[in-house]
Design a protein around this ligand. Sequence first.
Ligand SMILES: [Fe+2]
Length: 475
Amino acid sequence: MRFEGDPMDLSISPYLQGNYAPVTEEKDFGPDELKVEGQIPKNLLGAFMRDGPNSAFQPNHYVYPLDGDGMIHAVYLQDGKAAYKNRWVETSHLQTERQFNRTLYGSVGKMLPVPEEVIEAGGEPNPVRNTANTNILYHGGKLLAMWEGGFPHLLNSDLSTVGLYDYDGALQPGDALTAHPKICPATGDLISCTQRWDSANYWVQMFDKNAQHKKTIEVPFTRKGIIHDLQITENYVVIFYAPAFHDMARAMRGEDPFSWEPEKGTKIFVIPRNGSEDIVTYETEAFFSWHFCNGFEKGGKIIIDYVWINSMPFTQTQGTGVEKQPRRMYRMELDTKTRSVTNEQFSDVFCEFSRVDERRMGKSYRYGFAASSNRSWGDAHGYNCTGRYDFNTGETVLHEYGSEANAGEPVYVANPDSENEKDGWLMCFVYNPGEGQFLSILPAGDFSSGPVAKIHIPSRVPNGFHANWMQGLTL
Ligand SMILES: [Fe+2]
């Protein structure tokens, strides 16, 4: 008989198998150990880093994409050469499990009480695991592994973990900092938000370019929504409040904490960044979204490009397949005079993990990029292409890495010697059966001849979540 807390049957989750399966080792490879096809652009100095779930111990329950211990995979580039490293984020939950050599905590979809002997031994008493598995960001000299349910973890450039980071006390106990802040290209400010497990409210948080806290704007809500990403424009912060809810009291009783109530529609909140004007709410039919692409203001309208999903793409119940429902690039226009909303599909390509040249964050722009697919998928969804979405021409262009390949979030890396969107590169980890694992460097302006460089990694890099380019960061 299986007891709650015992390791689960892995076969019921496609997101723990194939290239979703965790790796068991931390590795280091220097330039002599990495085979490079093509040429790494010599003017790139910094690191490509990606976070993702990588359970250290066999879990007792697993809700993709919400669970799994965070692991960072990093490729450092300098003088046209590369080095690789992967490390777990050493959270207090993971360290406690290491001490007991087994899984101790439940999942975000099925909480378990922390065993008495763990608390008596001084282990982490909080049943909510800070996974640190969602995003990794470098801002104000701080390298942070982020998860939207708690504090970020501060890391060193060699991926060793310093510990939880509260921005010198700006974050209060219980504050949960989003994994999707945006950096304003005009000011260098980090526009972020906090939510709490014990409140439905939402707080926009701003930090200056030196990571010093600058401003808080409170947004009152009556019910805790699942709000994953935020978008900035020149004057506003825009968030989607979909009818997707999480009830912590139900989670603590071991019940399904998630609910999807489409009759309530999706609300769009437009929050003035200066904090002094009223927040304006727009309403439309229900949809869910994990990720924005970009947003900007033009002629009395606020234009938002994002990845649309029909409904909440996860559940406590294993193996439903709900995670792989189609996603599409959409353009939403909010008319600030009439308060009307138009929301139209931009492309019929299956996509997720949308990104942009971040020098144009919040401003008018031409190209969006996203992990994209030109095939249908079986047990797990996946993306075998990098897609370029041209908002000037309406055209979608794909670069396919292989029919069975899986390509991660494409991060736009600016060419330090050019302001042109076309002159940068898209970097992502790719796993292609038969070819192996590599970091792809694809020219943003020319998808036709493929990557200018493939940096082959001798060990596996599982599919993961968000990545960023850390300009100037070295080992
Ligand atoms: Fe995300």
